[in-house]
Design a protein around this ligand. Sequence first.
Ligand code: COA
Length: 260
Amino acid sequence: MSYKNILISSENSIATITINRPTKLNALNKATIKELHEAFGELEKNYETRVIILTGAEEKAFVAGADIAEFAHFSVEEGVQLAAQGQEILFNFVENLKIPVIAAINGFALGGGLELAMACHFRIASDNAKMGLPEVSLGVIPGYGGTQRLPQLIGKGRAMEMIMTAGMITADEAYRTGLVNHVVPQNELLDYCNGIAQRIMKNSPLAISKAIRAINANYKDGENGFETEIKSFGKCFGTEDFKEGTTAFLEKRKAIFTGE
Ligand code: COA
């Protein structure tokens, strides 16, 4: 499939998606959101891909937010629709993907950009990155899950302050609050993410997808995370990956997982 607003490259089962609208600081317009949905869906179906890294083109921005020009004249109904559709086809979609998704935050991650990074399974930032949810400065609130995921990641009080002040925090501040897991020099960002991806790929893809499901269950209304964990744990016992992992351990060799 060919895309206009994103680039995809794959090497050794690691796919990198680059949001590629640098003249608009990679802002998320509807077309880009749709392309991202399709790309993530395709990569999930393709059994070759074991980890996805999501980043932004060039050095200035990961994503500077939803495309303000596109929604500036929206009505109430269109606003509801924009948030609902975006959450469904991209933000929740990424969070629930079976393959690990790492956000490589290479610059500004603002508004929908930070919301997208927060929907990824975890985040690594370059030292020049700046993050914030500036929506209230535009007279609107975060609509792609920011009011929910930011408090989950950094705590309610800090999230309240960030959202109310519409301020930006540095990569180091983001590290201190747990918003990002690591901060690295910009020119090392993708290699660093690749290194983590390599470590993930040594493990069972099936078990990883079940772990993602169980961890996410804690944050879903009406779902009991402990129950989900018990069921997912049990299902692992019926998999080839479990047989291979335990057998390899007992035979003192490295496991070769097939994801079955
Ligand atoms: N939506 C649409 N276009 C955006 C954008 C967004 N969220 N963020 C940046 N752009 C565009 C600018 O309009 C500009 O386009 P132009 O050259 O055609 O005028 C281009 O990207 C470069 O941005 P610019 O503002 O000139 O860069 P800067 O270095 O002066 O400032 C930012 C960088 C990130 C501080 C600034 O672009 C900004 O505040 N962006 C909006 C952030 C935001 O509020 N996001 C939440 C949206 S809900």
